[in-house]
Ligand binder design. Structure first.
Ligand SMILES: NC(=O)c1ccc[n+]([C@@H]2O[C@H](COP(=O)([O-])OP(=O)(O)OC[C@H]3O[C@@H](n4cnc5c(N)ncnc54)[C@H](O)[C@@H]3O)[C@@H](O)[C@H]2O)c1
Length: 250
C-alpha cells in the first residue's frame, strides 16, 4: 500500500497502459483520478476500480489544448484538495515520414504527446511545490530514444518528452519534485493493435522481434510507473527508464 490516501492523476486512462496504471495505483490505496477524452472509457476504468474496492473517479477532458489541461488540475485540487502524483500518459501515434505525414497529424502529435505535458505540469507544479514535493511520471517511448522508421511525428514528440522530463527534473529537484519517464517498447494495447493491423502484421510477428520472446504487457509498464512514483525511488529524478524486453539493444 505504497500510495495509501495519495491523490494520483492519470491521463489517457481509458487506454491500455493508462487503465493498467490506474489499476495499479488503486490497488495500492491511492485515490485515482481517471482522465481521458473518451468519457465512457474513463468511467469504465473508474467503475472497474471501484468494483474491485478501489477509490477512483473519472473526469473527461480533451488535453489537446491548454484549457482542457488546466481543467484537469483545477478539478483535482477542487475535489481532492491535493495532488501527489501526475502520470502524463495520454498519447497518439500517427504514422508517416516527412513527405507522407500531414501537417494536421504533426500538430496533433505535438498537442497531445508533448504540449499537454507542458500545460498539465505548469498547472500542477505550484500545488506540488506548496505541498513540499510530488512525483511526475511521463510515458515516453523506446522510439523517442531509437527512432523507428516512418513515424517521424511520434518519434520526435517522444524524444521531446524525454528531454522535457530531464529539464523539469533538473529545474525542480531542489523542491523535491521527482520527474521520471518510462520508455516502453512494444506493449499489447489498442494503440499497438491499430498499428499492427495497418501494417498487415500480427502480434505473433512482433513477439518474434523481441529478444525476450514476446511484447510487453500494460501491467508491466504500470508496475514500473508505480515504482518510479513511490518513495522506493526516492533518489530517482530525471531518469528515462527503458522497458523493452531488450529490443532496444538488439
Ligand atoms: N502500446 C505501445 O506499444 C506503446 C509503446 C511505447 C509508448 N507508448 C505510449 O504509452 C501511452 C499509452 O498508450 P497506449 O498504448 O495505452 O494507447 P491507447 O491508444 O490504448 O491509449 C491512449 C489514450 O490516450 C487518450 N487520448 C488521446 N487523445 C487524447 C486527448 N486529446 N485528450 C485526452 N486523452 C486523449 C485516448 O483516448 C486513449 O485512451 C502513450 O503515450 C503511448 O505513446 C505505447
Amino acid at each position: 500500500m505504497r500510495f495509501q490516501d495519495k491523490v494520483v492523476v492519470v491521463t489517457g486512462a481509458a487506454g491500455g497502459i493508462g487503465s493498467a496504471i490506474c489499476q495499479r495505483f488503486a490497488s495500492e490505496g491511492a485515490r485515482v483520478v481517471v482522465t481521458d477524452v473518451n468519457a465512457d472509457g474513463a468511467e469504465k476504468t473508474a467503475l472497474r476500480l471501484r468494483d474491485a474496492g478501489g477509490r477512483a473517479r473519472s473526469f473527461a477532458a480533451d488535453i489537446g489544448g491548454a484549457e482542457g489541461c488546466r481543467a484537469v488540475i483545477a478539478d483535482v485540487i477542487a475535489v481532492e484538495g491535493r495532488l501527489d502524483v501526475l502520470c502524463n500518459n495520454a498519447g497518439v501515434n500517427r504514422r508517416g515520414n516527412l513527405l507522407s505525414l500531414t501537417l494536421d497529424d504533426w500538430d496533433l502529435s505535438f498537442a497531445i504527446n508533448i504540449d499537454a505535458m507542458f500545460h498539465l505540469c505548469q498547472a500542477a507544479l505550484p500545488h506540488m511545490i506548496a505541498a513540499g514535493g510530488g512525483a511526475i511520471v511521463n510515458t515516453a517511448s523506446q522510439w523517442g530514444l531509437y527512432p523507428a522508421p516512418n513515424h517521424i511525428a511520434y518519434n520526435v514528440t517522444k524524444a521531446a518528452v524525454a528531454s522535457f522530463t530531464q529539464n523539469l527534473a533538473r529545474d525542480y529537484a531542489a523542491q523535491k519534485i521527482r520527474v521520471n519517464a518510462v520508455c516502453p517498447g512494444e506493449i499489447h494495447t489498442p494503440m499497438l493493435e491499430a498499428g499492427v493491423k495497418r501494417s498487415g502484421r500480427t502480434i505473433a510477428d512482433l513477439d518474434k522481434m523481441v529478444p525476450f520472446g514476446r511484447i510487453g504487457r500494460p501491467e508491466e509498464v504500470a508496475a514500473l510507473v508505480a515504482f518510479l512514483a513511490s518513495d522506493e525511488a526516492a533518489f530517482m529524478c530525471g531518469s528515462l527508464v527503458e522497458i523493452t524486453g531488450a529490443q532496444a539493444v538488439a
